[in-house]
Each structure stands twice: as structure tokens, then as C-alpha cells.
Design a protein around this ligand. Structure first.
Ligand code: NAD
Length: 472
């Protein structure tokens, strides 16, 4: 192991190569799957206050084997080409893994959102969108962005609005971006989708009693202790949903300002409110502050959830990890070097390309909704409700018994959009885990879940290339 830290993209390449070596695909095909197909680096001026600032930005389309390409847009002062290439690559494997029919892509704008006003951010976002339109790097059938670190539904609303101004009359234009506000053709359940997917993924993984035994854990997510790094979109929903629907216990939280813990559990909803009011998680009632922000890595817990940025667990701090499971809610939080150390310690890493795929899965549902121009549940809800009501009434009539009003409402409810989205997401996470686990358990040479996930993704992309006739 060299002393120099591998870049994020190098780490992804290393993981790819490790898994690719366990497949039988031709070298040229593997090379084609691995490389980034198109990289667009741009610099554009934006007037901020009384002066102009040149903004550096990227859009990388990793794989055109399926179109459109898909992937979020990141706003961070740390954005660079290597990072966007790594994130775009992961998107290809992620989409393949969860059977979302897109190639991978990613965008990055090198700005720190905290340093700009809302108006300035709007200007930057709209100008970035114009650049994408000009180079044909955005469109419902071309490349469809979504939120990522530092962006959310607000930015997606600016993007769709800019796109529609330039593409007046394009009937499917709403599908040019996902993660939009519900009022602007978004979908219910998208904001929470990544965190909810992390929860479904962990729940599924912990539902195999023998696997849990091997990890030294009891089955089920209930009662499991969690430590979360990053209380943004992904971290906060992972925490709240794991507590509310899984009965897990979040005992530690790390944010920019430091790390806090409470062995009895932290109420994440209250903590988010507290941080909004005070601007910090430090001082939240019932919690103690750890000495160093990065001490979260070594906290005693069942599940460590990095949900901030890449390379957070690296060869410098990997030895400190005491958790049984590392749940990669963020993209690339564990470097390839760190992974070697962690696997030797018997720690199970649930890979990003599987665990945080909930976001792109629900984005896919949003894209389909936009293309079909109809809300999920609109057509079948009443029909189902009437059919269930008739069924319950018939059973009551035949048995001579009646059920309570509450039971009747529960049994006869037709599906709302959010119910269907959650159901589709849960099904996707369960199916994808089953496929990865099967490879992990069946193939002796596959020693970790990340390699199993990569193999499954590579096989699917390879099969697409074969179908296209590019590699007969
Ligand atoms: P976000 O901007 O909403 O939140 C990230 C949080 O991490 C912020 O609150 C930030 O202050 C915190 N943070 C940054 N550096 C930190 C540090 N060193 N220590 C502690 N906290 C730190 O971003 P997000 O959308 O939640 O994305 C987080 C990760 O999840 C990224 O890796 C992203 O690529 C990945 N991801 C996001 C989505 C999505 O739908 N948003 C989907 C898949 C993967």
C-alpha cells in the first residue's frame, strides 16, 4: 500500500478492476464499461454584487450504453474533474444494479453555497443550465440531472424553468431534471428517497439471521445503534426513518461544527430543528461533545453511517473503526485503501452503489411520471378503493360480523402516489440486495459486498453492450 492517498476516481477504478478480474468478459469490453464517455468542463462568468466571478463547472456522462444518462449535480467548493468522474462512474453501476434504465452521469459546480445569497445561487444555476443546453448535455432523452450534495428541489426548479424557457413547446420538457418540487411536476417521496432507501437496504440486510450471526449481531434493525456523519438530506432521513420505522437508536451525529453523542439515543427530528435555530448541533440537550470532529469514526456502535462526502474513512483512520457495519449512505466514503484494512478486521461494508440507490430509483419514477403526464394512483385509486370496499362488505355479509371504522379505512384504502413510490422503492432495494447477496454467497472468490455489487452491475452493462451489437 503506497503512502499517497488514491484519488476518488482511482479508488473507484481499483474497486472496478478488483471485481472485473472475477468476471469472464473480454478486456476491451471491460475497458469500455470503465471509461468516461464524455467530459464537459466549462467556465462561465456570473455577476456577483458589483464584480464578475468565473465559475468552474462540469458535467460528466460516464456511459452512453443506455440513454438518457442520469446523475445529480453537486455544489461544493471541493468539486473537481476527478470527483465528478468518480461520481458519474458510480451512477452507471448504481443504475444497472437497481435496474434503472439509464447510463451514469454527474454534474459539479465549484461553489460553496453558504457563501452566496439565494438570488446569486439562482443566477449560477440558471447559467449552468444554459451551458448544458448549449452543448446538448441536458434533456429528457439525453441527460437528466437531479439533486446531490449542496443542491435540492429549489435548484431543480430553477433548472427546469430555464430549460423550458429555452425549449418552449417541448412536450416532455418536465422530464429534463428530477427531484423537482411536487408543485413543479416532482413526485411525492423523492426528497426522502435516498435516506428511505438506506433504511430499506439495511432492514433487508439484517433480515437474514445467519448473516447477522456471522457479523455478531442479532437479526433485525430494531435496537441497533447508529452513528451518522452529515445531517443533510441523506443523513437526516436515514436517521429519522430508521428511528421511526425501524426502532433503531442513533447515538452519535457528526456535522461540520463537531460530533455529539448520547448512548440513550438522539431525537434526530428535534436535533435538525435545534441546528436550524442555533446554527450548530453542539449543545443539543442530553448530548456530549466529542473532542475532535473526526472522532465519530471510532465510536462504539453497530452501524456507522457516513452520509457527507467521499474519502471520510481512509487509511489514516480505518484502524479506529469499531462498528460491525459501515453503511455507505454517501458516495465513496470509504477509500479502496481503507477497505482493505476494514475487510481484514471483519467489518462489513454495504456499498454506496447499492445502499444510496433510492434517490435514483425514485428519480426514475419521477421521470416516468413526467413522460406519462399523469400522477401515480390517479387512475386506479378509486377503482381499488371501491373493489376493496365491496370485498369487505361481502365478507361482513357472509360472516354476519362487522369490523371497526378504523379497520375498514385501513383495508379499503386505495393507493396514493407516495404509497406507490415507497412500495416501488422497497421492492427495488429488496430485489437488488437479493441479487448482490446471491453473488456474494455463491461465488467463493467474491470476498466482499462491493465486489459482488460491481460484478452484478458489470454483467448487466456488458449484456447491454452485447445486445447493442457493439461487442458481439
Ligand atoms: P447535503 O448537502 O444535503 O448534506 C451533506 C451534509 O454533510 C451537510 O449538512 C454538511 O454540512 C455535512 N458535512 C460535510 N462535510 C462534513 C464533515 N467533514 N463532517 C461532518 N459533516 C459534514 O448532501 P446530501 O444530498 O445529503 O449528500 C450526502 C452524500 O450522499 C453525498 O456523498 C452524495 O453524493 C450522496 N447521495 C446523495 C443523494 C441525494 O439524493 N441527495 C443520492 C445518492 C447519494
Amino acid at each position: 500500500m503506497s503512502t499517497k492517498q488514491a484519488s476518488f476516481y482511482q479508488s473507484v477504478e481499483r474497486n472496478f478492476d478488483k471485481a472485473a478480474a472475477l468476471t469472464n468478459h473480454p478486456k476491451g469490453l471491460l475497458e469500455q464499461i470503465k471509461v468516461c464517455n464524455a467530459i464537459y468542463q466549462m467556465n462561465f462568468p456570473v455577476k456577483i454584487g458589483n464584480s464578475y466571478q468565473v465559475i468552474e463547472a462540469y458535467r460528466v456522462q460516464h456511459s452512453h450504453h443506455r440513454l438518457p444518462t442520469k446523475g445529480g449535480i453537486r455544489f461544493s467548493h471541493l468539486v473537481n474533474q476527478d470527483e465528478v468522474m468518480a461520481l458519474a462512474s458510480l451512477m452507471t453501476y448504481k443504475c444497472a444494479l437497481v435496474d434503472v434504465p439509464f447510463g451514469g452521469a454527474k454534474g459539479g459546480v465549484c461553489v460553496s453555497p453558504r457563501k452566496y445569497t439565494e438570488e446569486q445561487l439562482e443566477k449560477i444555476t440558471r447559467r449552468y443550465t444554459v451551458e448544458l443546453v448549449r452543448k446538448n448535455f441536458i434533456g429528457p432523452g439525453i441527460d437528466v440531472p437531479a439533486p446531490d450534495y449542496g443542491t435540492g428541489s429549489r435548484e431543480m426548479a430553477w433548472i427546469v424553468d430555464t430549460y423550458q424557457q429555452l425549449k418552449n413547446g417541448e412536450i416532455d420538457s418536465a422530464a429534463c431534471v428530477t427531484g423537482k418540487p411536487v408543485s413543479q411536476n416532482g413526485i411525492r417521496g423523492r426528497t426522502e428517497a435516498t435516506g428511505r432507501g438506506v433504511f430499506y437496504g439495511l432492514k433487508e440486510m439484517l433480515s437474514y439471521p445467519n448473516d447477522c450471526k456471522e457479523m455478531g449481531l442479532s437479526p433485525g434493525i430494531a435496537g441497533k445503534t447508529m452513528v451518522i456523519q452529515g445531517l443533510g438530506n441523506v443523513g437526516s432521513y436515514t436517521g429519522t426513518i430508521s428511528i421511526e420505522e425501524g426502532d433503531a437508536k442513533v447515538i452519535g451525529v457528526s456535522e461540520i461544527e463537531g460530533t455529539i453523542y448520547n448512548p440513550k439515543g438522539i431525537d434526530i427530528k428535534k436535533l435538525i430543528k435545534y441546528r436550524k435555530e442555533k446554527g450548530s448541533i453542539i449543545g443539543f440537550p442530553g448530548t456530549k461533545k466529542l473532542e475532535n470532529r473526526d472522532d465519530w469514526v471510532g465510536m462504539e456502535c453497530d452501524i456507522l453511517v457516513p452520509a457527507a462526502l467521499e474519502s471520510q474513512i481512509n487509511k489514516k483512520n480505518a484502524k479506529k473503526v469499531k462498528a460491525k457495519i459501515i453503511a455507505e449512505a454517501a458516495n465513496g466514503p470509504v477509500t479502496a485503501d481503507a477497505e482493505e484494512i476494514l475487510l481484514k478486521k471483519g467489518i462489513v461494508i454495504v456499498p454506496d452503489m447499492y445502499l444510496n440507490a433510492g434517490g435514483v430509483t425514485v428519480s426514475y419514477f419521477e421521470w416516468l411520471k413526467n413522460l406519462s403526464h399523469v400522477r401515480y394512483g390517479r387512475i386506479e385509486k378509486r377503482f381499488d378503493q371501491n373493489a376493496y370496499t365491496n370485498l369487505v362488505s361481502t365478507v361482513e355479509k357472509l360472516t354476519g360480523k362487522t369490523i371497526s371504522k378504523r379497520e375498514r379505512t385501513l383495508l379499503t384504502k386505495g393507493p396514493e402516489e407516495v404509497d406507490l413510490v415507497r412500495s416501488g422503492l422497497e421492492e427495488t432495494m429488496i430485489t437488488a440486495y437479493g441479487q448482490v447477496r446471491e453473488i456474494y454467497k455463491r461465488k467463493k472468490k467474491v470476498k466482499d459486498l462491493r465486489s459482488a455489487a460491481f460484478i452484478n452491475a458489470i454483467n448487466k452493462v456488458a449484456s447491454d453492450y452485447m445486445t447493442l451489437g457493439v461487442f458481439p
